[in-house]
Design a protein around this ligand. Sequence first.
Ligand code: AMP
Ligand code: ZN
Length: 499
Amino acid sequence: MQLYNTLSKKVEEFKSIQETTGPVADENPKQVKMYACGPTVYDYTHIGHLRKYVMDDVLVRVLRHAGYDVKHVQNITDVGHLVSDGDEGEDKMEKGARQYGQTAWEIAKKFEDYFFYSMDLMGILRPTLSCRASEHIQSQLGMVLTLEKKGFTYVIENEGVYFDTSKLETYGELIGHDPRRTLRASRIGEVTGKKNPSDFALWKFEKAGEKRQMVWPSPWHQRSFPGWHIECSAMSIEHLGPQIDIHTGGVDHIAVHHTNEIAQSESYTGKKPFAKFWVHHNFLLVDGQKMSKSLNNFYTIDDILQKGFTPAALRLLFLSSHYRSEQNFTFQSLTASQNAFYKLLQAYLTIKKKRQLELAHPASIAPSTTQADQEAQKLLQQFFAFVENDLNTPEALSVVWQVLKSQLSNTQKYRLLLEFDRILGLGLIAMSEADLPISDQKLVAVNTLPPDLQKLFKQRETARKEKDFTKADEIRTKFAQAGYQLIDQTDRVLIKHQA
Ligand code: AMP
Ligand code: ZN
């Protein structure tokens, strides 16, 4: 498998640490330790985040297919991520709390739930471990204390404990040059008292009169909190050990967040490298611009659903561009992707149906030819060669269309499509005719149903949420008796007049 490594700026052959340096006692030799920077839970997860986590998901699926046992740890940033990367300004959590009129803790819970709700809809596998920064305060504090003992830190009064980047010979490797020089002129709103412009906060102190909601006592200040970068180092080291195989994040994290993670982790453990492979995802733009609430181009998965799109169409759109290229989202491109997705789903369902008929009448199946078997094998290999070549999903998708156009048997096509979908994650295996688009004329809006059915519909929604499927089925039967068909889709329930 080939993977681009930001550290070497090259596509490299992927080998885990154990494969390079020999097996580690008590560890599975096929284990891959992967840490992914998780969301800052101060606002709704948007489609830019979705792109990043879909591509992390593809990476995990490809590694697992290649036989690796991936331990995927992903954090939840629920404290300490300040509005500016330069360790200045308000904590994003406190800002979110003010904006939504709730406590920082309530905001964290609300948006963490929304993040996983969005991830599940997008068919993204849950990480092996999800960990919250606010529940790892002691390990973060322990790291800062050790770094202090080792002489890497200094305290700025009323500000915090800072990492002295001049103490680390190799600082800034990830961006390929010494950022202390370039950072000198570029920072506005810098903290005064820093010894070098690139020095960064490990631990911050509450400002006089600030009254933060999230604070902990530390040897330096009674009301203090961890810096943003330290959380990822501390949780990665606690759950995966001093060295990991892969670390992922968006390209925006290269210059500061990940550069600082490397500095503090390697200074703390004395081991190099902290992460063998650094995988960075490029950004999703909307109509050519950075997503922002003020531009009104900030879309959540619910916005996508409300506009009549299915999450699989969005997932397919993300897969159609390489993760290292910027991708420009437009509703036009999403419409094209939705059409392509329905074409694929329709073809898959037809193949599946024909195959079932053939299996019921085995005598009707023409025996497979060597040529067809070779063709199927070739397409399978091509698909995996593409995804294993630095996750080339756009090329891999072209193999999917080739399968549909091929002369292969229904069984061969069916098997290939399901095998490919284990990587693509579109969820074909769980889909049926009910997931195909239904023309709007045949649909009935809930609020036009007779009141007793409206009430029943609500009860069924609750039953479905509580996974009380017996009750949900009973209510479905009542609807059928009243002449309506209920169609459960991944994200909504459609009501149709029974023909
Ligand atoms: P945040 O919640 O801002 O810390 O972001 C969580 C992850 O999503 C980070 O790895 C970011 O780099 C990534 N991310 C944020 N915005 C976008 C975007 N518009 N496109 C792609 N990735 C993004
Ligand atoms: Zn991080």
